[in-house]
Design a protein around this ligand. Structure first.
Ligand code: FDA
Length: 311
């Protein structure tokens, strides 16, 4: 499970003002984030496409509380879609409903999602809706079921294996023919909604993954867990589920060796590539998944202080 203490830092606005220009943080940020501009993400996408890796572009940003900011988020998503088309990239996009106004109302988020989906559909591009903290799970899924039933079929959510509710949610999504990305879950959740022990989450992940591989529509198996990846490969092989019927997904900056070996073995691989100025909460979640990453940051900051002679 992600470290709770570190996840608490994600909400510290003071820390969020760190600039990427800070020499101490920059290498760490750039390990996980393409850069602050769309052009940075386009450059990385081209490189990874050339290695046979597809991309999910993520314009970083969460929790808008006014209509204007929500519209700005939609404009950024549309700009990313435009770049995919103009640069002929093998990519789709990932969006967050809180960036598109879910904190304002379900109706605003729904309308903004539909606007992004319409632009994407004109170019046959899929739009993944990331899953955020559990307070949003039910509403996020309702928005997706609603737009999908209304004919916007180029979208699907993320399901988090640490939530108790996920087996039920997966059944409903499979029933509706909606594409799912399965992950373990990256937020700080209470024990009444989520498994506390990693082995329970892992067991649930495998159970949900088997359901999606057998009955889902082109599921995305999003994990860097080698045991689970091996299990997926063996499970699919044993049941005659060919590699073109699902894809593996990983985060930019994590297990590049494994990404490349899966491509070499003939599997579809998509890398989640964030970019934009609001990288702070994303970076904190990556550190919480693997606190060793934090040691790297603290080490660089300490070195930076020594170099600059600050006491
Ligand atoms: P686990 O945490 O067990 O890690 C397995 C191994 O992977 C580790 O031993 C380590 O080697 C490596 N690893 C994992 N995380 C690392 C890191 N940060 N740095 C370095 N090495 C690391 N979550 C969510 O709540 N909502 C969402 O929408 C998404 N979307 C999403 C998309 C994609 C494409 C991926 C891959 C993941 C997400 N996640 C997410 C994040 C997910 O919930 C989870 O927190 C991370 O993927 C880490 O879990 P693993 O499955 O990799 O397993």
């Amino acid at each position: 499970m992600p470290s709770r203490l570190l996840l608490a830092l994600a909400n510290q606005q003071g820390l969020a003002n760190f600039s990427m220009e800070s020499s101490a943080l920059r290498p760490m940020v750039l390990r996980f984030v393409a850069g602050e501009e769309l052009t940075d993400a386009v450059g990385v996408t081209r490189d990874l496409n050339a290695r046979g890796i597809r991309i999910a572009l993520d314009h970083l940003g969460e929790n808008t509380t006014d209509q204007e900011s929500a519209r700005t988020a939609v404009a950024a998503y549309r700009e990313a879609l435009g770049a995919i088309v103009a640069e002929v990239l093998d990519a789709n996009i990932s969006v967050k409903l809180t960036a598109m106004g879910l904190d304002i109302s379900d109706a605003v988020a729904k309308e903004n999602l539909r606007a992004a989906l319409d632009t994407a559909r004109a170019h046959d591009i899929f739009v993944r809706v990331d899953m955020e903290a559990s307070a949003y799970t039910g509403r996020t899924l309702e928005v997706i079921h609603h737009v999908h039933a209304a004919g916007c079929t180029n979208t699907g959510p993320v399901i988090q294996a640490y939530l108790y509710r996920s087996a039920h949610d997966v059944d409903r999504l499979v029933e509706a023919g909606i594409r799912v990305r399965l992950c373990k879950g990256a937020y700080n959740e209470a024990p009444n909604v989520a498994f506390r022990r990693k082995r329970d989450t892992d067991r649930n992940y495998v159970r949900l993954m088997e359901t999606l591989l057998e009955r889902g529509v082109y599921p995305a198996i999003a994990t860097h867990d080698e045991d689970i990846i091996d299990h997926a490969r063996e499970f699919a092989r044993a049941r005659g589920i060919t590699p073109d019927r699902f894809e593996f997904q990983m985060l930019y900056g994590v297990r590049r060796d494994l990404q490349e070996s899966l491509v070499a073995a003939g599997y579809n691989m998509r890398v989640y590539l964030p970019y934009g100025a609001q990288w702070y909460p994303y970076l904190v979640r990556r550190m919480a998944e693997r606190p060793a990453n934090l040691a790297f940051v603290v080490g660089s900051m300490a070195r930076d202080k020594q170099l600059s002679g600050v006491g």
